[in-house]
Design a protein around this ligand. Structure first.
Ligand code: GDP
Length: 546
């Protein structure tokens, strides 16, 4: 295993090879762009904090939350989050770790904003899955794993909260294999748990790291013992040393050996144990992460596959966010660089509009601070100021006609009609609703038959957010009320004549979405199946790929 690992290191970091690399190659090989996936409460926020702490991005853990709180106090938008006690915004953080430059893309924890999370997962090269040792595999984890599977995203697993009583480590591995259908390869192994938690043994380095509770959040200290047979181990943990040796024998026999190819193909997950809040096992995780996790990978466009090392800049927008910072009341489009180099002031082609734009002041997200970027490389995320011309899924290039694909839009499951209190504000309402829809938070549908505006969302909380923001940002007092729509399907048909006939017959239930695509708004589930049966040549899609 260790041989495999160091061969890998040589591939990435050895000097003679590096010397021969162009700067672009070198920069992109350093990049590790990932997101953390977990069920709420498993410890994602806590782990994020510790990763930043190890990355040297912040001095003391807790700073992330502290900053968040400071923002809360000054932003109206954040005010809503505070009232609700949830975090709906997500951010991007970049920090150096050893030779690597790590980009961590945070995702909203609340289920009602899961679409945002799904799209963020299209912009990463790997993911880190956090599991609560007491709870094992939970609902959200299963769903997020399904999304990762679509793109064979490599996943590392961190089993958290070993300082609490939980389930047997072997049982957790079995559950991950069975429920998530992915092989487990333990890289560290816990010595006891809860009150008996003594530390973790690192199978890679054959060292045991002893646990010492560090609630203050400083970098972990505690003795490190080389060798599994070291008598010092027995001296310090007593009978648990023998227990560990026995378990490891079992684990080595029963589990899969680490196979980086299988990991990178999304078939195997290396597993780590620890306690995020105590900052324990996090260092091992991060070390392994920069070793194992893939640098930016080639990506498909409609036209061809783009290699990250190609000289010309390309990228796509996976998220749009409003008013992140009250001092800049603008909307920011998050663009993932896929190839080439972004340099300040460069000209980019906005592929959908077929226009060239000059980008003077993209922003980067170094440890939560907004700064202007001079350069960005494949794997990096840059923020483009958006004045309404950028949509989720948009591709930017240095001239070539390309379209990155695979960013999903899901058919909403909940629908509401927006009704104005003051009819004179119609224009402002339309503008607000369309902009919210471009951000991908709620989707807007305009029925062919009347002037209604219908909002669609995946979670009910999104409607509250929409109403709040319409008032706060667009000065529009609107209420949302129930409407007789059960579900929506995007209508696709190559036969124009047939489509025209369908439009005539189904006029009553047809609408256009924010992108002027034709949508069938079904009043009931039965109505949808009858319609699908009646029009077999027409496709009714529940997901739209941008
Ligand atoms: P998130 O919802 O996944 O972001 O989870 P948080 O990071 O907010 O953690 C949820 C709760 O679990 C918080 O009360 C944390 O303090 C707690 N927690 C996180 N990590 C650990 C751990 O290693 N041990 C224990 N005992 N609690 C933890």
């Amino acid at each position: 295993k260790r041989g495999h690992l160091s061969a890998y290191n040589v591939l990435f970091f050895a000097d003679p090879i590096r010397a021969a690399m162009s700067q672009l190659e070198e920069q992109l090989r350093k990049r590790r762009t990932f997101a953390i996936i977990s069920h709420p409460d498993a410890g994602k926020t806590t782990l994020t904090e510790k990763l930043l702490l190890f990355g040297g991005a912040i001095q003391m853990a807790g700073t992330v939350k502290g900053r968040k709180a400071a923002r809360h106090a000054t932003s109206d938008w954040m005010e809503l989050e505070k009232q609700r006690g949830i975090s709906v915004t997500s951010s991007v953080m970049q920090f150096p770790y050893g030779e690597a430059i790590v980009n961590l893309l945070d995702t909203p924890g609340h289920e009602d904003f899961s679409e945002d999370t799904y799209r963020t997962l299209t912009a990463v090269d790997s993911a880190l899955m956090v599991i609560d040792v007491a709870k094992g595999v939970e609902d959200r984890t299963i769903k997020l794993m399904d999304v990762c599977r679509l793109r064979a995203t490599p996943i590392l697993t961190f089993v958290n909260k070993l300082d609490r009583e939980g389930r047997d480590a072997i049982e957790i591995l079995d559950e991950v294999e069975e429920v998530l259908k992915i092989q487990c390869a333990p890289v560290t192994w816990p010595i006891g748990m809860g009150k008996r938690f003594k530390g973790v043994y690192d199978l890679r380095s054959d060292k045991t790291h002893l646990f010492s509770a560090q609630h203050g959040g400083r970098v972990q200290s505690g003795e490190v013992i080389a060798g599994l047979d070291n008598p010092r181990l027995d001296e310090l943990v007593g009978g648990q040393a023998e227990e560990l040796r026995g378990e490891l024998e079992l684990v080595r026999g029963a589990s899969h050996p680490l196979d980086l190819d299988a990991y990178r193909a999304g078939r195997q997950t290396p597993v780590f144990f620890g306690s995020a809040i105590n900052n324990f096992g996090v260092r091992e995780l991060l070390d392994a992460f920069v070793d194992y996790a893939p640098p930016p990978r080639p990506r498909e466009t409609r036209q061809r596959v783009v290699e990250p090392g190609e000289e010309r800049f390309t990228g796509f927008v996976f998220k749009i966010q409003a008013n992140m910072d009250p001092a800049h009341r603008d909307r920011v489009a998050f663009l993932r660089v896929c190839s080439g180099t972004y340099t300040k002031g460069m000209k980019m082609r906005h592929a959908r509009l077929g226009k060239t734009v000059q980008v003077a002041n993209a922003i980067t997200f170094q440890a939560d601070e907004r700064r202007h970027v001079e350069e960005a490389w494949p794997g990096d995320i840059i923020g483009l100021h958006n004045h309404g011309t950028i949509q989720i899924g948009d591709t930017f290039t240095e001239g070539e006609e390309l379209k990155y694909e695979g960013i999903p839009y899901f058919a909403p499951e909940l629908f509401r009609r927006v009704v104005l209190k003051d009819p004179l504000r119609t224009k402002a309402l339309q503008k607000g609703v369309v902009q919210l829809s471009e951000e991908g938070a709620t989707q807007v549908f305009r029925p062919l038959k009347n002037n209604d505006l219908i909002l669609g969302a995946v979670g009910v909380l999104q409607f509250d957010v929409a109403a709040y923001r319409l008032k706060d940002e667009y000065g529009v007092e609107a209420i949302v009320e129930p409407v007789g729509v059960h579900t929506a399907r995007w209508v696709v048909c190559d036969d124009d004549k047939l489509l025209a006939r369908f439009k005539e017959k189904a006029y009553e239930h047809l609408a256009l979405d924010g992108d002027d695509q034709l949508v069938y708004l079904a009043p009931t589930r039965v109505n949808l199946s009858l319609t699908e049966e009646r029009w077999p040549e027409i496709r009714f899609l529940a997901t739209r790929e941008l």
